[in-house]
Design a binder for this molecule. Structure first.
Ligand SMILES: Nc1ncnc2c1ncn2[C@@H]1O[C@H](COP(=O)(O)OP(=O)(O)OP(=O)(O)O)[C@@H](O)[C@H]1O
Length: 316
């Protein structure tokens, strides 16, 4: 498996809807073979619009997209059989059973995997005889996933694969995505669950209003955000009694009642100095909480920054 081989390549991609609305405004990224890549973003950021271009459902208004080295729109006949697509809305005939739906779908694919095996993989084997209309929302999502897997795809597009799933169903889908990745499948997914991207994606991009606001590994995207330390100021102490905040590498602080909140890019030395100070002073830092930035914090900060710079743009 060659991770350097770009299975998906997107360059300056643009999508404009009728009426002139530009939903995707020149984005670029690539996904290597066997990678899981997550597209995150606020509502309406342009994730689905992008994924649809990758799936070849529409031509781009500008830029270039390649999947497995081909244009997914003009060379759809070459690309489609090698990809699996799970859309946000499956929309199958609701009178058919799960097994009939899978069989019907398999009939449209050359070299489809046995339906039973795929239904087993997504945990729907016991529901084979149940009509689609009787499935729960989460079970329908898993049927969508099963259909995307029937053709044993090299590239899998998953648009919000775990929306509507309970915690167990979500874990099951994550385990399946990891197993697929380990067997060399390239996965591009969109999600609103930041812990899903953090736990699953090798790399990710955060979209905001049609642009990529940040990208990299989850660790790279969060590393730019400050870590946080919070604790209760010991009785009889003032903020000024703490070691000088600049020495702790603190870039910002606030006092909320007796609760001190510090932000720092140097979590370990800051926490160490603070604890040494408390030890020497013989005080307890009640409610002490020391944490690295999470992807959620990075996401919210990026969305805020992107909104602020957009407002500046309008103000000019
Ligand atoms: N067919 C269309 N015609 C006009 N505008 C559209 C069309 N489809 C989507 N849009 C607009 O394009 C923007 C991007 O939509 P898109 O569905 O790609 O966002 P998204 O990031 O997937 O959002 P969500 O997280 O809410 O699913 C939105 O402002 C949406 O209203």
């Amino acid at each position: 498996m060659d991770i350097n081989e770009h299975v998906i390549e997107v360059t300056d991609l643009r999508r404009v809807y009728g009426g002139g609305f530009e939903a995707v405004r020149g984005i670029s990224f690539s996904v290597g073979r066997g990678e899981v890549f997550a597209l995150l973003g606020t509502n309406g950021a342009g994730k689905t619009s992008t994924v649809e271009l990758l799936e070849g459902l529409a031509p781009p208004a500008g830029g270039r997209v390649r999947v497995l080295g081909h244009d997914p729109h003009t060379e759809r006949a070459v690309v489609r059989p090698r990809t699996g697509v799970m859309l946000q809305e499956g929309g199958f005939p609701s009178e058919l059973t799960v097994a009939e739906t899978a069989r019907m779908w398999a009939g449209c694919i050359s070299g489809a995997r046995p339906e039973g095996e795929v239904l087993e993989r997504v945990g729907l084997a016991r529901k084979s005889g149940v009509r689609v209309k009787q499935l729960s929302g989460g079970e329908r999502r898993r049927l969508d996933l099963a259909l995307a897997l029937l053709g044993d795809p090299e590239v899998l597009f998953l648009d919000e694969p775990t929306t509507g799933l309970d915690a167990e169903g979500r874990q099951g889908t994550w385990a399946l995505v990891r197993a697929l990745r380990d067997s060399g499948t390239t996965v591009l997914l969109t999600t609103h669950y930041l812990e899903e991207a953090e736990g699953l994606a090798d790399r990710l991009a955060i979209m905001h209003r049609g642009r990529i606001a940040a990208s990299g590994t989850p660790a790279q995207v969060t590393a730019a955000q400050p870590s946080r330390i919070s604790f209760q100021l010991p009785d009889g102490y003032f903020l000024g009694d703490l070691p000088p905040l600049a020495e702790l590498g603190v870039s910002g602080h606030e006092l909320d009642g007796r609760v001190v909140r510090l932000r720092t890019q140097q979590l370990q030395p800051a926490a160490t100095r603070l604890l040494v100070w408390a030890e020497r002073a013989g005080v307890e830092l009640r409610g002490l909480d020391v944490r690295s930035a999470s992807l959620e914090e990075a996401f919210l900060a990026i969305a805020r920054e992107a909104s602020a710079s957009k407002e500046e743009e309008f103000a000019v």
